[in-house]
Design a protein around this ligand. Structure first.
Ligand SMILES: N[C@@H](CCC(=O)N[C@@H](CS)C(=O)NCC(=O)O)C(=O)O
Length: 246
């Protein structure tokens, strides 16, 4: 973890789960936030020891001694502090569309991904994506599975059949794919903040969901999403492979 002196000097500490085997971050929200820090050129340090933040979720940041949870609130605090705006060229309608796609990814597709990872797949793909999970995840997998079960029942998606849920996820992916079309990034030639969120989520499905029913589609109908993920990776993560753990 970064020293207190470093923390107090506009240095961002990004607290998140340990690195993954296939993607640097196994949480879509952490991948979003770390990608944003890179896009914005904001200096940061990672802390992998204390991943759960003030709101009981990961990731979170410390900035000048202030603790902030929630990737979006963190991103907005960073944007304000460091005077960054990657969406300023967009019209209000375009900003609204970008937000709608971000929410589709983070607040709908996320739940599909979560229910697949922890319930339909029972967390069994985890050793493939993360070799060094925290004790609570690695040894208390049934506890985590039960926790996710109650979360998805409360959220609502856990009340549907697996077929229904997977169809909902496919519709989200198709919507993002159709809107992206042949563009390089969500809203055109330049990546914006929402691209970090969408990349964070799509990367979990493309790389971190081995055996998921969507994977074959990334080589077929959803090929532009796969190319998009590779584009984001190449643009912001030239050190991607060095960040992975074996
Ligand atoms: N809206 C939050 C969501 C964060 C979130 O749900 N993180 C998950 C990991 S991907 C988590 O911490 N789950 C633990 C739990 O819910 O107990 C954000 O954008 O940071």
């Amino acid at each position: 973890m970064a020293t207190v002196a470093a923390v107090g000097n506009d240095l961002v500490v990004l607290h998140q789960l340990k690195r993954g085997k296939l993607t640097p971050c196994i949480s879509p929200f952490a991948l979003k936030l770390e990608t944003y820090l890179r896009m914005a050129g904001i200096p940061y340090q990672n802390d992998f020891k204390d991943p759960m933040g003030p709101k009981g979720k990961t990731p979170w940041i410390t900035l000048n001694g202030k603790k902030m949870g929630d990737s979006q609130l963190c991103l907005e605090l960073l944007a304000e502090t460091f005077h960054k705006d990657f969406s300023g060229h967009l019209s209000v309608e375009e900003k609204a569309v970008a937000r709608a796609f971000q929410i589709t990814a983070e607040d709908h597709l996320y739940w599909v991904m979560l229910v697949w990872r922890w319930i339909y797949n029972g967390g069994s793909s985890l050793p493939l994506i993360q070799s060094d999970l925290h004790f609570a995840v690695r040894y208390l997998r049934p506890v985590v599975v039960n926790r996710v079960k109650s979360q998805v029942i409360a959220q609502g998606i856990g009340r549907h059949s697996q077929t229904e849920v997977m169809e909902m996820g496919l519709k989200d992916l198709r919507a993002i794919s159709n809107f992206l079309g042949t563009k390089s990034f969500l809203m055109g030639d330049q990546p914006i903040e929402a691209d970090c969120a969408i990349f964070g989520m799509l990367a979990q499905i493309l790389w971190n969901s081995p055996g998921s029913p969507y994977q074959l589609l990334f080589d077929d109908e959803l090929i532009n999403l796969k190319m998009y993920c590779h584009r984001m990776k190449e643009t912001f993560w030239p050190d991607w492979n060095q960040c992975l753990i074996s």
